[in-house]
Design a protein around this ligand. Structure first.
Ligand code: 5CA
Ligand code: ZN
Length: 368
């Protein structure tokens, strides 16, 4: 599977954490089913927002990226998110990416605009297969999410950048397309195709990436392979704060690293996020942490008992809940019910507390 990774210009917030928690649940479910999971995640270590932030704070863009990548990986480890098999940066993949852009150009699906290379949406068969949006919605989102619908000279406002020719003061790399740097979508198409091949099992990220990122990425891959890039897509609901999507550009953020600094146990942060189904949009509120803390304490008390009710049905219930479209809230409810019974009615199974703890640890990633 492939999950779109961070653009490392600011620390990981709870929205990012929720997205990677979701992919972690997929990873755990697949591993539990006996699969060998090849999980690839990119890092957008060169892009406009990174360059803009680096310039604004007077830091070299490479140093900013390295610093934020370190914080992100440390936060993910603390949250017990199993690392991807490979993290792949854009900077280290420029050859791969420019090669794919050149192959697309050679099919005739892309054109030159003042030295920049654009994918012509008119050449994209099946365009709309990922997001199923109408043209007005596409235009609107393209303008909001890094696209350039208004650039003069394009054949269609929805045509998108594959390769950006060198500009004064911007980093650039030599390529068959001349010196420059990659557009956004092509980085994920190229890295996924190289590491996972065509039609891999699962592609995804937050649902803010459905359009344009995953739509345009799928079109790039289809242009070369003639088929879909992935068998399925998974898109995670947006985490919000105070009525808005939590986003680096809006600045309404709750950082995982800040919560950790304040002494919040990572397992409690993870439990708080698990109370939401991955598809749903939800808001971070102040009651999340005390509720998750109370749940962690109840579960801990039950795991510490010398005997409890049989936990084999609990293991089966957690597996079944996750198998039903990763229903984490239902999995928590099953553990709650077992813990409640263990604490109030007791039980005679001396192996049960350890089995329940291992279930929660292994399948939900919550170590208590
Ligand atoms: N580097 C690109 C993907 S190639 C990017 O979108 N980076 S990001 O740093 O903006 O986001 C990293 C991941 O977190 C993406 O999968 C994105 O969809 C997800 N994400 C961003 N904000 C939120 C949010 N508020 N709630 C849930 N997921 C989010
Ligand atoms: Zn991506």
């Amino acid at each position: 599977m492939y999950a779109c990774g961070i653009t490392p210009y600011d620390a990981a917030h709870l929205g990012h954490a929720f997205t990677y928690l979701t992919f972690d649940l997929v990873n755990r479910v697949w591993r539990d089913a006996g699969h060998d999971v090849n999980y690839v995640q990119n890092t957008t270590d060169i892009d406009d927002p990174l360059l803009e932030r680096a310039e604004a704070i007077g830091v070299d863009w490479r140093d900013l990226a390295h610093r934020e990548i370190d914080v992100f990986r440390d936060d993910m480890a603390a949250l017990r998110i199993i690392p991807p098999t490979s993290y792949v940066g854009v900077v280290e993949s420029v050859d791969l990416i420019s090669d794919l852009a050149a192959r697309i150009r050679d099919t005739g699906a892309a054109y030159d605009l003042d030295g920049d290379l654009y994918f012509s949406v008119a050449e994209a068969d099946h365009f709309g297969e990922i997001g199923h949006l109408d043209r007005a919605a596409m235009l609107d989102l393209f303008g909001q999410r890094g696209g350039d619908p208004g650039r003069p000279g394009k054949k269609d406002p929805l045509d998108w950048l594959l390769w950006r020719a060198e500009r004064p003061g911007e980093p650039a790399w030599a390529s068959p397309l001349g010196r420059g740097r990659p557009g956004w979508h092509i980085e994920c198409s190229a890295i996924a195709l190289d590491r996972l091949g065509p039609n891999f099992d699962l592609n995804g990220g937050g649902n803010d990436l459905i359009f344009p990122h995953h739509e345009m990425g799928a079109a790039e891959t289809r242009c070369i392979t003639g088929g879909p890039n992935a068998r399925a897509h998974l898109h995670v609901g947006m985490v919000g704060l105070d009525g808005e999507k939590m986003s680096k550009s809006l600045g309404n953020l709750v950082f995982v690293s800040k919560l950790r600094e304040q002494g919040v146990e990572p397992a409690v942060i993870r439990l708080a996020m698990l109370t939401h189904h991955y598809r749903d949009a939800w808001e971070w509120t102040d009651d999340h942490l005390p509720e998750a803390h109370a749940r962690a304490e109840r579960w801990r008390a039950a795991f510490a008992l010398g005997a409890a009710p049989d936990a084999a049905p609990l293991l089966a219930a957690v597996r079944a809940a996750l198998a039903r479209d990763l229903d984490a809230p239902a999995a928590l409810a099953a553990v709650d019910a077992w813990a409640q019974a263990a604490l109030t009615e007791g039980g005679t199974d001396t192996a049960a507390p350890a089995l329940a703890r291992a279930t929660v640890d292994t399948l939900l990633g919550v170590a208590l």
